[in-house]
Design a protein around this ligand. Sequence first.
Ligand code: ADP
Ligand code: MG
Length: 500
Amino acid sequence: MTEIESNKSKAQIHNIRAAKTVSETVKSTLGPMGMDKLMLDGGGNVIVTNDGATILRELDVSHPGGKMIVEVAKTQESLCYDGTTSTVILAGQLLANSETLFERGLHPNVICRGYHEATQMAIKYLESDISLKNEGRETLLSVAKTAITGKTLENALDEVAELCVAAVERTGDADNVKVVSFPGGSLADSTLYSGCIINKDYVLHSEEGYDEIVLVNTGLEEEKSEDNVQVQIDVKSFQSYKASGKNTLIDKAKHLVAALPNGGVVFTRDAVNDFVCAHLKKHNIMVARRVPESALRSLSRATGAMIYQTPDEVVESTHAGVVREKRNDVWYLFVQNDYDSKEATLILRGATSHTLDEVERGFDDALGVVSLVLNNGEVVVGGGNAYARMASHLRQHAALVGGRAQMAIEAFADALEIIPSTIAENAGHDPLDTILAMRHEILQGNREVGPNVNEGGVIDMRVLGVYEPTELIKQAVLSASEVTNSILRIDDIIARRPNQ
Ligand code: ADP
Ligand code: MG
């Protein structure tokens, strides 16, 4: 057995290869000139996307090493919304470089230690030296634009960035922004609606809108009788039995009528019997039933209306405009008032549902990064600049660590440069020349350079206004290095007994 073989077990080689294959799959989508992938499933359904997380989610990965990489993309998406492709490519390159280190005789534990050390040094430098302050609205707009460059959304870059920033500024957090898409029209027709849009089953009464609403967290229907209870009654008592059930419901409905003397809309989470609806109709009350609890909560946050647990508890209504509109054969209710709400809905317009799905994914990324910057503050210039600067820093300081671990730190530095080099490569420029030019400029003191995707060479990223949240870069480096370490530590794959 050679020294190399003794150092890297079969499991390690297989895991590294599988992880590298996954990362190769998404590599060509990175950056503003990244290409899209068309994904087809057995049923003939098509997804066209540029989003790393979506590609990986839909990819049929069976190898455990590959699966770990897919997991890391999910983590990045849930924490930072964006930067998934970068994380996966970085992890792939860290693993590829560790293969070379194996061949030079380094033990996996030494590599892990070196990578860990490098991560700490890189993050510290990122936070203390590379990170810049958020300068306000302009920075937020740049961050939104950077997230959507290279995606379908780019066609309406300014409008989209403006919408995303406005939405996050109003709500304070990307999670409070709902996105609904209506096919038809063009992207630039998309708007921000400061209210709620509901498309649930409702009983229609009037063509005009309503001005009062009530939210109820249950419904108005007969209670289900117990199973397997047998009762013998004659026809007359059966009729009175039925009537008494009806009367109880009508009694309950009286609370609604009292709360809405001039009519309005009642949103209920459960069903409402048709005869109750008919009764309410006489009082000009419309019922939107089977509204999901999450939508009820959105309605409450958007309008300030209280959610009553049962119809009996209803005391008063809330003033809010309700308007019905038909979009592509589906009726929607638009609910809005002048309450200072922390809820907003982005209405996206686009030609087809395929483009709209991709537009929605792009919006999610952009909303997410804007909210990261709004809440955490700091940014860095994009184009892989932060990765290149962390790499220069690590190279200068690797020798301080000493021993074999410094080889791993140098390998880590080389791996970081895969981000700017891939951005340049995907734009049709020479990756090596770009990296060398970036290293040179950074040492010369032009510290904000990145790949010039249009003309080749390098350019100051501040001139182009390419900014990203510091948090996104930090998380990408942390997750990529963590998954690399866990893959390197596995020296055997053993089949488990299936669950009994
Ligand atoms: P990810 O899934 O990692 O976010 P993207 O395909 O969205 O992948 O690419 C993001 C990368 O592209 C970031 O590093 C970002 O800084 C870079 N980028 C965006 N716009 C530009 C630009 N105009 N010039 C150079 N790099 C850019
Ligand atoms: Mg992105």
